[in-house]
Ligand binder design. Structure first.
Ligand code: TXA
Ligand code: MG
Length: 600
């Protein structure tokens, strides 16, 4: 199904703005689609009785029409209007778990559109506990059919920004209610039979359900008998998947998992936490080595095959601390971290999973190594999502869009506590051609990839500047017109107002990273100013320092050589600009890392 952009911009609604909430509810009643927060993940809501509105949801999500939507209510009275019968079993679960992260499948009433249930005679009913969801659903006063608000196949969104990433222009509005508390979708329980069947595991576990029924009868896994097809239609294929391939790193057997079925602590993903490894007991240290080893071994294996590979880690804070302590420069240069909290805390890992997969995708990693968990309880739901996310790309449902690297254009809704800045300087002999070209290409790349945050503090923004200078440049010269034309042809941007400048200590001082075109130029700078040697590289030495080594057919390391095109024809200029651009694209993530920033 072709997705069709219906709006110039999707309206972002502040959940404290009561008037805007009521307005969104009215638009929903009139057939529009509204994204809203819940305690599990964000939903894409519409009037579940209105077939046309339901079609809009399927369209915006790119979801196959045979996968039903669940209906959300703001109070328990409404359930009677949606279902034809509430069995005693369903009633017990309603009494004990609603409002909360559970969806109960019951026999459907005629009021609900067949489109909502994809032709099934049953309907999933859910009453969220999130107060904003609850208020919004009360204002809607109709059964709100809503799937998770992600593009079909992608990780579910647990923040308004992620909904915007997938849905900007495709739906009327999104209500921003902050991060979702649980981060994994509700437990789906089929209550149409005599015993409950868990079709999709979630924060309400088999043990929780068995406890209220005082039995051990709840069937988990969604299959009544071997070989039967899954009953929740959406559970068959690769799902929740980022663009990068996902691999699961096993936790050693017997590791003590914490946080089981507890609420995530503070509702924020901590990307970095500092950990004092010295405070660990001998046993804890041994366990930690066992947990971190699979990450390190697998990373080294990947890098041995491809020295250009970039690896994302979805892991606990102690693992990040171990990596820092080992201080293997190459490994660190190729690793991007998303830290969810304490390594053994499965509720933190669940809370941050989808957002973490999206975050690592934005860092353009090739592979994501994610922490696996053993055991019962919430680990079952977490592993269910992670296993589906780690499926092979070919296991996509028919007609489902292939996962794509997300576009960055929709994202400008973050307010940061602090903003850091850094600046990168490109140096050549003169400053009218190659260094000016690098400056312009870098500016374009920086604009294309923004916004940035600090890679040490996830709530701090980051601005990156760039300039250029020449070791023997005359100041105030116009750029080389042929280079100007080549850069313009390549990027659509010219060299703009770049006027040549001679490099001097004040300029070196202003910059956090200095990259020269040729090796001799970097040597000349560090020879004259040895105190700044740590921030001076040539294109070649910067690549080599990050393990980006290319060898020729005889095994010799090749350096990046960019001949000066001055005096040659236009084709040579264009070729040179293209070569510099290709190198800069490879070096870009490492430049970000070097200055302490990452994309968001
Ligand atoms: O936490 C949640 O459940 C979120 C929030 C927004 O409420 N919603 C959600 O919806 O995850 P969705 O559509 O992404 O997943 C619902 C799952 C799908 O796997 C679907 O196939 C299954 O529930 N489902 C829906 N109706 C069903 C039915 N009548 N019988 C069996 N499975 C059903
Ligand atoms: Mg979903």
């Amino acid at each position: 199904m072709e997705r069709e952009k219906k709006y110039k911009k999707t309206i972002l609604i502040d959940s404290n703005d009561d008037k805007a909430l009521k307005d969104a509810a009215e638009h929903l009643r009139n057939g529009e689609v509204v994204g809203f927060p819940t305690e599990t993940v964000y939903g894409l809501g519409c009037d579940g009785r209105n077939g046309d509105a339901v079609s809009k949801v399927f369209g915006a999500k790119g979801r196959p029409a045979d996968n039903p939507l669940i209906c959300h209510v703001g109070n328990k009275e409404q359930i009677k209007e949606i279902v034809s019968e509430i069995t005693p079993l369903a009633q017990t679960l309603i009494d004990n778990f609603m409002p909360g992260p559970i969806t109960i499948v019951m026999k459907k009433a005629d009021s609900i559109s067949d489109k909502t249930t994809a032709g099934l005679d049953t309907v999933g009913v859910r009453m969220p506990s999130n107060p904003i969801a609850n208020k919004f659903l009360q204002y809607c006063a109709v059964p709100v059919a809503a799937p998770s608000a992600n593009l079909s196949g992608r990780p579910s969104p647990t923040s308004a920004r992620s909904v915007l990433e997938d849905m900007d222009g495709y739906i009327y509005a999104i209500i921003d209610g902050g991060d979702s508390e649980f981060g994994l979708e509700s437990t789906v329980v089929d209550c149409t039979g005599t015993v409950p069947v868990i079709l999709r595991p979630g924060a309400v576990t088999k043990a929780d359900i068995d406890a209220v029924l005082k039995s051990n009868d709840t069937i988990s896994g969604g299959l009544k008998s071997e070989g039967e097809t899954p009953k929740a239609p959406g559970m068959k294929y690769r799902h929740y998947a980022p663009y990068a391939q996902v691999e699961i790193m096993k936790m050693p057997e017997g590791t003590k998992i914490t946080g089981d079925n507890a609420l995530a602590s503070d509702g924020k993903i901590e990307k970095i936490e500092t950990v004092d490894l010295k405070k660990l007991s001998d046993d804890e240290a041994k366990e930690l080595v066992n947990i971190v080893s699979p990450f390190i071994l697998r990373s080294r294996e990947i890098l041995a095959k491809n020295p250009f590979a970039r690896i994302g880690l979805y892991c606990g804070s102690e693992i990040k601390a171990m990596y820092d302590k080992m201080n293997d420069k190459l490994l660190l240069a190729h690793t991007e971290f998303c830290v969810y909290g304490k390594t053994v805390d499965v509720s933190c890992a669940s809370h941050g999973l989808f957002e973490g997969l999206r975050f690592l995708d934005v860092q353009e990693v090739d592979v994501i190594l994610a922490q696996g968990f053993d055991g019962e309880g919430l680990s079952v739901a977490y592993m269910n999502r992670l296993t589906k996310a780690s499926g092979k790309k070919e296991e996509l449902a028919p007609g489902m869009p292939k996962p794509e690297r997300p576009s960055r254009t929709a994202l400008s809704i973050d307010a940061f506590k602090d903003t850091y800045t850094a600046s990168v300087l490109f140096v050549d002999d003169n400053n009218t051609s190659l260094s000016a070209c690098l400056e312009s290409l870098m500016r374009k790349m920086l604009a294309k990839n923004e916004p940035y945050i600090s890679n040490q503090e996830s709530n701090a923004g980051f601005e990156i500047y760039c300039e250029s200078a020449g070791l023997t440049a005359m100041s105030g010269l116009e750029p080389d017109s042929m280079m100007e034309k080549a850069v313009k042809e390549l990027t659509g941007w010219g060299l703009g107002a770049i006027e040549s400048r001679r490099a001097d200590p004040a300029i070196y001082d202003d910059n956090d990273l200095i990259i020269t075109v040729r090796d001799e130029q970097a040597f000349a700078i560090t020879k004259a100013f040895p105190e700044i040697k740590d921030k001076v590289f040539s294109l070649s030495t910067f690549a080599a320092a990050n393990g980006l080594v290319m060898k020729d057919s005889s095994g010799r390391v090749m350096s990046i050589s960019v001949p000066d095109p001055t005096g040659e024809n236009y084709e040579t200029y264009l070729h040179t600009a293209k070569a510099l651009n290709a190198w800069l694209e490879i070096l870009f993530p490492y430049i970000l890392k070097e200055v302490g920033a990452c994309r968001i």
